[in-house]
Design a protein. Structure first.
Length: 298
């Protein structure tokens, strides 16, 4: 295993775990914050892409371009819905539901790719959704307006959009990570521009701007650079394990800095969700997946 790559991946995931804390202190709506993220990601990563000369090696395929653009739409919606969830519910609860994304990916594979689900996988799906219900509480499901206000819908939608991004992204084999992100975040800029309310940026405090710029520079530019720089040097199983640093840091910050205190049922719900996800990650991989992991590690 490439230890340097593992450290970079761990740092990127740990930093990204603080994005919820930064988000709620920016003082701006989710759409405007995602727009800023898209701008920073496009500028920062395209600069790295150009300086390393990676753009000269790209192989452009019409089919992959189409997949990438569709991925970009779902990626941006994923960010918007997640940030909306952060504003409506505790970060720990939102990030727990958001991490149900691999379960949705499993369901997408079962429906569209006819991949058979084992009994254990079906149980993991049920356990994760049960955990989600415990997190929000049954009372929130009594009316649609209460469900929206709880943030549950936004968190679930963010998980679905993230799963769609991963699902469609499976068809992208030749574009580099930098080219992929450049296209996706450029799509985000074009997609969100008509909906921007630039008046929300007036009257912000210097502290608000610190969190806004931090989200753009640190959580988007710096973190994405570390993530992509290490991704292809690590086996898939190591990446899957290190990704859990993100929700771990988010929950710790929520409890220590924002004084979040989950109920017994919410705690049980979070345990069920992450337990179900860990179980799916430990399922035997198909031979093709193993070959891909070996190729990524080499």
């Amino acid at each position: 295993m490439n230890k340097s790559a593992a450290v970079k991946m761990a740092i990127s995931m740990a930093i990204f775990g603080s994005i919820g804390f930064f988000t709620i202190h920016t003082g701006i709506p989710a759409e405007e914050l995602v727009f800023i993220r898209c701008i920073f990601a496009t500028l920062f990563l395209s600069a790295v892409w150009a300086l390393t000369g990676g753009y000269k090696k790209e192989k452009w395929r019409k089919k992959e371009m189409l997949y990438t653009i569709i991925c970009g739409v779902f990626l941006v919606l994923n960010w918007v819905f997640l940030f909306k969830a952060f504003h409506d519910m505790a970060i720990s609860l939102a990030i727990s539901i958001y991490n149900v994304a691999p379960i949705f990916l499993l369901l997408l594979g079962s429906v569209f790719l006819k991949e058979r689900m084992s009994v254990g996988a079906v149980l993991a799906v049920i356990v994760c959704f049960l955990g989600s219900f415990l997190i929000v509480g049954t009372k929130q499901f009594s009316s649609f307006s209460m469900l929206i206000d709880s943030g549950f819908v936004w968190a679930i939608l963010s998980a679905i959009c993230y799963a769609m991004t991963m699902f469609i992204g499976k068809g992208i084999k030749e574009l580099s990570s930098y080219a992929l992100t450049f296209i996706q975040t450029s799509v985000g800029i074009v997609m969100l521009l008509p909906f921007m309310d630039f008046s929300v940026f007036s009257g912000l405090t210097s502290l608000n701007w610190f969190y806004i710029l931090g989200t753009g520079i640190i959580h988007t530019g710096f973190v994405y650079y570390l993530f992509f720089d290490s991704l292809r040097s690590l086996p898939a199983i190591i990446v899957s394990a290190l990704v859990f640093l993100d929700p771990l840091v988010a929950i710790l910050l929520d409890i220590t800095l924002l004084d979040f205190s989950p109920t017994i049922w919410q705690t049980l719900g979070m345990i069920l969700i992450f337990g179900g996800i860990l179980y799916t990650l430990k399922q035997p991989e198909k031979s093709t997946d193993k070959k891909e992991a070996v190729q990524e590690a080499s």
